[in-house]
Write a protein that binds this ligand. Structure first.
Ligand code: AMP
Ligand code: MG
Length: 352
């Protein structure tokens, strides 16, 4: 299949820009498009065959449900039943935006979209290309991240082109995904609201609106084998992973830098290609391997935005070992560490 790539600027969208993309979605095809979190791979969520194509293109396990993207808040009533007041309170504050809400599904949502579950994950994205596309198509758009399953999520069109060329109908290049991490997922289908995946909208931000929220205990688990299965099926897979072996170094910054320098030197001497993930503040202190700064510690959002891109850059360079500093696991750092831990296959070295 030939994949058409079109380039659009979110600031200068014109009528007609998304007509062809909308037609592809209406006729059961696949379109990758930018959102504020990461690039999504879209299909008509209520068309079983179309949803199935997403799993095929990504090589995604069929028990890993898709998030359904909508154009307006009241669309949740077409997709879900028993909608609690808290869903509307959250939608009011955080939609459009990087929050996914899980509700009990209506019969119209096929099990191929929900991975066999009786619940459906719903999001109203903020990116203007995404919003116009969903509205223009007039269908609900199931859209997981537009990467091959297991690879780092795509934050630029080039990442999507690399993973999806020849497998899907169209890719819309709308520049960088500004946030760079997947949406926060909150489950409102049970007794107590529970965060299943941390993201840019933090627990504190959510609790300020709807009160007490539980956190799926597997989210920051550093030794997942001993523990319960995550409630979001997708969170149980090794995920976000670069090709090289990634190890997180945790501890006092000065000691971490020393330990990473030492380890990098050893690996280089054994003939390996080695990458180091530093920050703007520490980059100058690394002396070996390919050193890249992910962002600034003074601006956690820059680290979130840089994470997947840097993992993919190291893939391009075929680094066999990658060493990274760790980040505080509260607030936005919680989402960063959650993805980093998965990317590292939970391999952490504590430096003391
Ligand atoms: P992605 O769109 O690639 O970021 O993946 C969607 C994430 O949402 C995966 O981790 C899914 O397991 C999770 N998800 C989607 N629908 C549900 C649901 N009904 N219940 C729990 N988790 C869900
Ligand atoms: Mg994904």
């Amino acid at each position: 299949m030939k994949t058409k790539v079109i380039k659009l600027n979110t600031e200068e969208l014109k009528a007609g820009d998304l007509v062809q993309a909308a037609e592809i979605l209406q006729s059961g095809g696949l379109v990758a498009f930018p959102t504020e979190t990461v690039y999504g791979l879209g299909a008509n969520a209520l068309n079983e065959e179309a949803a199935h194509k997403i799993y095929e293109a990504k090589g995604r396990p069929s028990d890993n449900p898709l998030i359904v993207h909508i154009a307006q808040v009241q669309d949740i009533e077409t997709l879900a039943i028993d909608i609690p007041e808290k869903a509307y309170q959250l939608a009011d504050v955080f939609w459009p935006g990087p929050l996914t809400i899980i509700l009990k599904k209506k019969d119209c949502v096929p099990y191929s979209t929900t991975g066999g579950l009786d619940t459906v994950a719903i999001r109203l994205p903020a990116n203007q290309i995404a919003r116009n596309l969903i509205a223009e198509a007039g269908v609900f758009v199931a859209a997981p991240s537009a990467n091959i399953s297991g690879k780092p999520s795509p934050t630029k069109a080039e990442h999507v082109i690399k993973d999806m060329s020849g497998k899907i109908d169209m890719i819309i290049d709308g520049g960088m995904a500004t946030l760079g991490l997947e949406s926060t997922i909150i489950d409102l289908s049970g007794e107590t609201p529970m965060i299943l995946r941390p993201g840019c909208i933090t627990r504190v931000m959510l609790e300020n609106v709807i009160g007490l929220i539980d956190l799926d205990p597997t989210i920051l688990e550093k030794n997942p084998d001993k523990n319960a299965t995550p409630k979001a099926p997708g969170m149980k897979y090794r995920h976000y992973a670069p090709e090289g072996t990634l190890t997180i170094y945790e501890g006092d910054t000065k000691l971490v830098i020393e330990a990473i320098n030492q380890k990098t030197k050893e690996k280089l001497e054994s003939g390996y290609r080695v990458g180091v993930i530093a920050t703007d503040e520490t980059q100058a202190f690394y002396h070996y391997g390919i050193v890249k700064a992910i962002g600034s510690r003074k601006d956690e959002a820059s680290i979130a935005a840089g994470l997947y891109g840097i993992l993919r850059e190291f893939d391009e360079l075929h680094t066999e070992y990658i060493y990274t500093e760790s980040f505080a696991d509260n607030s936005l750092g919680q989402a960063i560490m959650n993805r980093l831990l998965k990317a590292a296959g939970y391999h952490i070295v504590k430096v003391t």
